[in-house]
Design a protein around this ligand. Sequence first.
Ligand SMILES: *[C@@H]1O[C@H](CO)[C@@H](O)[C@H](O)[C@H]1NC(C)=O
Ligand SMILES: *[C@@H]1O[C@H](CO)[C@@H](O)[C@H](O)[C@H]1NC(C)=O
Ligand SMILES: *[C@@H]1O[C@H](CO)[C@@H](O)[C@H](O)[C@H]1NC(C)=O
Ligand SMILES: *[C@@H]1O[C@H](CO)[C@@H](O)[C@H](O)[C@H]1NC(C)=O
Ligand SMILES: *[C@@H]1O[C@H](CO)[C@@H](O)[C@H](O)[C@H]1NC(C)=O
Length: 345
Amino acid sequence: MEGELLLLSSMIFLLPVVCGCPERCRCHSPSNFVDCSRQGLAEVPSDLPPQTLTLHLQDNQIRQLPASAFKSVPQLTTLNLYNNSLSNLTSGVFHGLQHLRVLNLTQNSLHSLESRLFHSLPQLRELDLSSNNISHLPTSLGEPWENLTVFAIQQNQLQQLDRALLESMPRVRHLFLKDNLWKCNCHLLSLKLWLETFIYKGGITDSIICASPDTWKGKDLLKIPHELYQPCPFPSPDLQSSQVQQLGAAHGAVPRPPESHSSGERDHWGCEIKPKPRPANLRHAVATIVIAGVVCGIVCLMMLAAAIYGCTYAAITAQYHGGRLAQINKPAKTEGKELFDSSTA
Ligand SMILES: *[C@@H]1O[C@H](CO)[C@@H](O)[C@H](O)[C@H]1NC(C)=O
Ligand SMILES: *[C@@H]1O[C@H](CO)[C@@H](O)[C@H](O)[C@H]1NC(C)=O
Ligand SMILES: *[C@@H]1O[C@H](CO)[C@@H](O)[C@H](O)[C@H]1NC(C)=O
Ligand SMILES: *[C@@H]1O[C@H](CO)[C@@H](O)[C@H](O)[C@H]1NC(C)=O
Ligand SMILES: *[C@@H]1O[C@H](CO)[C@@H](O)[C@H](O)[C@H]1NC(C)=O
């Protein structure tokens, strides 16, 4: 009787340790797979088995994750947070997940991501951020990302993507970029050039369809000839507008189209509308030609006048000299005559 009681109590005591499965989840021990999907969870269960390799948390209502939310499952290789209500992620939320290979954050409400958010995930191979509300990505999300091969950011609100971010993923082979608000101006030109090389090297990507400006709306970024873009005059839009203003003030020659006064479209005209100093240059050229012509004409007239004057002067001088010679010769003759006369007299 006592032995049975001891066995029963030890079984009750050991049960949670052996199974170690959170209340609303299903655990598959041999594969260390924990499935907590579709349970209406508002937060990550606290009592996850420490040896968990795959954790499914999709189709729940998780709104926020605390810092080091997964520190109890350091062996995790796959984490699926698809279809939750995450609107922001605190830095350090994935801290300690040294072995994580797949992170799925599809279909949440993320607006932006902190730089180095995925900093502590050196082994990451697949990162899915599709179907969120991300409008801006930092130039670096985590380094080194030597092993990242899949990067998905389709169905967000991105207008541009810094090439430096893609350059931090040297092994990326699949890029999903479609259904964003791509603004096909000079800032997207370097992405286009990067993608051309990426595809040439065998990379796979979907299409980037321009959402603005109106000229390129609905067009595929990769099919617009890059000759139609001016290179960006300055590296950053803020720097650009301020410097252009300074330049404009200094030269007084850079014309500003009227729409440049509406905020938000400020970096618009500096890029895809070809800068207009060309007509100014043309005007300068015409003015130069006119001035040159006038100067040439004056010089020609002066030369003509000089030639006429020279000729006239020469003619007058010749005439004058001729007169004097005649005068000199006459008295000599008369003198000779006189002499002759006197001698005869
Ligand atoms: C997202 O999760 C909710 C439950 O939280 C579920 O009702 C809904 O069907 C899921 N949506 C998709 C597209 O799977
Ligand atoms: C994250 O979002 C929650 C609401 O979902 C909000 O309460 C919290 O302040 C936000 N945190 C940051 C850092 O923005
Ligand atoms: C993330 O989950 C969605 C929905 O289950 C799926 O379509 C997508 O392929 C997953 N992404 C990755 C990288 O596994
Ligand atoms: C990339 O993957 C290989 C093979 O799994 C691994 O040896 C290497 O450490 C990984 N790189 C990093 C930066 O973790
Ligand atoms: C996210 O964007 C969609 C449309 O793109 C919008 O309907 C939804 O309200 C946005 N969600 C949040 C939380 O801003």
